[in-house]
Structures are given as C-alpha cells and as structure tokens.
Design a protein around this ligand. Structure first.
Ligand code: DI6
Ligand code: FE
Length: 408
C-alpha cells in the first residue's frame, strides 16, 4: 500500500518510534521500534521499522514515544476578563452557586466578553490556546456561552474559528447560548429560550459557525424542559447535541440528552446507574472534567466503575474557563483523571485521543492507522502511561499537524 504514498512528493517517514496506535487488543496498541509514513497530510502506513517503505524524507524519532495528537474536547477558552477575585471568595467559603446567584460567576464573564472587541477577545484567548498546543494538543473544541445575546455569541464563535486559522490546530465550535440566563431575561426565561432557538442559533448556523449545540442543564441554569427546546432547535438544523449534565445535582439531564442522541454528556459527577444505561444505549461519550471538580472542591465522584462496566467511552477535557476550571493543561487533567477519578493511565490516554475524537464526532483522528489525519506527537517519554504521571512537567518533543512538522 505504501508504494504510491512513499513516492509522493513530500512524503515523510517518522522512523524508530515507539508507537501508541491506540488500536487493537494490546495495551495502547503499542508498536515497538515502529515507523509511520505520512503523505498528503494523512497516515499512509504504520508498522515495524524493518518493513517500513521508503519516503521522500525521514525523521529519526530516536526511540521516542509517538502518540496521536491530543484532543481537548470541552473548553470555554474564548472569554474576556478573569475571575481571580471569585477564586479568593471561594477560598473564604463562598460557594460557586452563591456567587452565581448574586450575579457573579458566568454573568461576570458575560459582562467582560460583551464589552471586549473581537480583536481583544482574539488576543486574550490566543495565549490560552498556545498553552494547550505546547502540550501536543492538535484539536480543540471551543464553546460560546459568555455572550448570551446574538451579537456576542456570534463574536465568540468567530473568534474561535479565527484562532483555528491563525494556529496549526483544528477548532470545533459549539454553540452554548443556553449557558445561563442573561440579566435582561431573568424575569422572562421563556423569551430567552425563544431568542436562543429562533434568533441566536439560526444566525450562528447561517454563518457556518456551529459544529454542535450544548446547554447547561442544572438547578442554577436550564431546566429539562428548556434544554429539550434547545435540543429540538439544534436537531431541526441537523446539528448534533451535547450537554453539561449532572454536574452539581442529579437532574436527569443525561437521560434527556441520550433521548436526543447526544454525542457527549459532560461533567456527570451526579450521574446514577440509570443515567449510565441511557448513555450506553445512545452510544454517548461521557466527558469527565476533573478540573472543575478540583477547583470547586466537589465531593461527589463520577460513577467511573459503572461507566466502565456498561462500556461507556470515557473522555477527559480541561473545561478551560475562567470560573470553575482555569486549567490550561490537558496533561494535568489526565493526571487528575487518574488520581481524583480513578482512571487507569491507559484510560486517561484513550480519554484524550480516541474517545475525545468520538465526543466531537470526528472519525478521522484519535488513533494511528492508515487513512487517519496525520496529527501526531513525539514525546520524550518511554511509555504512553507516563503522560499521566508527572505534574508541571511537559515531555512534549514535537508535533506534526496534518503531516506538517511544527517548529518546536
Ligand atoms: N459548567 C462549568 O463548569 C462551566 N460552565 C458550565 O456550565 C463553568 C463556566 C464558568 O464558571 O464560567
Ligand atoms: Fe464546561
């Protein structure tokens, strides 16, 4: 299979790598002393070094670990301002919910984001994205949800897309108009849900800015009925849905999301067994967000054993946002997934590759196989499980994005 790919101009052989393909029955789908042939931005061949085809150019990995590019499948990284003062309040014992009820929390970021120009929003968000890329992230999901009016929701999504054009990363954008009720609609919730469904979402879809639709289903946010309205509007535009569900209480959001064929349900600390069964039946990915659990000092652990037992794919993400998870490191999240939530090291690697791709319905990435996009990362590590081991240490060596080698 390699002959045409191997001779295609610009074909590249990454030689002498320990490859975590994430495929097959063996741990991490490891190929020892392996090679990957890249051509036209895709993986053309993967196998043992001794069988490697020739290529236009060759890079010697010198025995380093090669993994799929990491995928951060849940972030809110486009926002203005910060919430450091709320962090201090919480350290003094004020709860996240109380801050939200007093008009702070998400709404404080909404005020700052509405006030920011598109170019300010872009320049304040770029360094956050760059922190992720420095750790081998090659695909990032970014949500709106700090605008809560048509204009600012669209501004956020445009900025997210612009980030993807200015950096070597694929950005998937999720419309989260149903993140909170803006102050001007506090007394008229149904009018806000109508605005989201009939104006904001259709405008964003018309501009081609929406890959998925999300909502925050919670006692302090959107009810089950309101969430269902949002989902109906999304599906009417043929856009898949996901949900912030069961983060602070068990509302049954995951079951609702599963009924609408959600591609992922996220947070899930309060998910019960019947909720897990609903996710299983709908093939919905469970996205766990230990950053928010850590920052909010939550006690309720997500039901990892039951998710595992029922075969629900588990992903991990930073949830990078200024309030509940100012975490700019997916490697840290992998460690937290293991230490706080009890994932195995292999589950944590799967959670930011194969399963994170599924959470975004991206079928062309997440593992290392012929035909996949050549998003690949070399690490100064011996074994893939070591990615979850250290905190505050970045073993990243170099990234290949769609086959293109990025400068280090
Ligand atoms: N849950 C979260 O953890 C983030 N959004 C959500 O619905 C928090 C967003 C924020 O506090 O700004
Ligand atoms: Fe979130």
């Amino acid at each position: 299979m390699g002959s045409t790919a191997a001779t295609s101009p610009g074909s590249l052989l990454i030689a002498n790598a320990r490859i975590a393909t994430m495929l097959g029955g063996s741990p991490y789908g490891l190929v020892e002393n392996g090679a990957v042939l890249v051509a036209d931005g895709n993986i053309a061949w993967v196998g043992p070094m001794r069988e490697a085809p020739g290529a236009h150019r060759q890079i010697d990995a010198e025995g380093r670990l090669l993994t799929p590019g990491l995928i951060d499948c849940h972030t809110h990284l486009v926002y203005a301002g910060d919430r450091a003062h709320e962090f201090e309040l919480r350290l003094k014992g004020v709860s996240y919910s109380d801050i939200a009820k007093a008009g702070g929390g998400i709404l404080s970021t909404v005020r700052a984001t509405r006030a920011a120009s598109e170019s300010d929003l872009l320049s304040s968000s770029m360094p956050r994205l760059d922190r992720l890329l420095a750790e081998g992230v090659t695909t990032v999901e970014i949500k709106s949800g700090y605008g809560l009016d048509v204009e600012t929701e669209l501004k956020m999504l445009r900025v997210a897309r612009t980030l993807g054009r200015q950096r070597p990363v694929d950005i998937r954008t999720t419309f989260l108009g149903a993140h909170a009720f803006p102050p001007e609609f506090k007394e008229n919730r149904s009018a806000y849900v109508r605005l989201v469904c009939q104006e904001a979402l259709p405008s964003a879809v018309k501009e081609g800015l929406v890959d998925a639709v999300d909502a925050f289903c919670e006692t302090i946010a959107f009810s089950l009925d309101e969430t269902a309205e949002i989902f109906k509007a999304a599906l009417a535009h043929n856009i898949p849905v996901k949900l912030h569900a069961e983060q602070l209480s068990n509302m049954g959001g995951a079951k609702l999301a599963a009924r609408y064929g959600a591609i992922s349900c996220d947070h899930l600390e309060y998910l019960d067994d019947s909720g897990v069964a609903a996710l299983t039946a709908a093939s919905t990915v469970a996205v766990l967000l230990p950053g928010a659990f850590y920052y909010l000092r939550e006690k309720q652990l997500p039901p990892v054993a039951e998710l595992r037992r029922q075969g629900v794919p588990i992903a991990l993400a930073t949830d990078l946002n200024p309030g509940s998870s100012p975490v700019h490191s997916l490697l840290t999240i992998m460690n937290m997934g293991c230490v706080l939530f009890g994932l195995t090291a292999e589950e944590s690697v799967r959670a930011v590759t194969v399963n994170a791709a599924r959470a975004l319905r991206l079928e062309d990435r997440g593992d290392i196989a012929p035909g996949r996009k050549a998003d690949l990362v070399l690490w100064d590590l011996e074994a893939p499980g070591h990615l979850a081991y250290a905190l505050g240490f970045n073993p990243h060596h170099r990234t290949f994005k769609a086959g293109r080698e990025l400068s280090q």
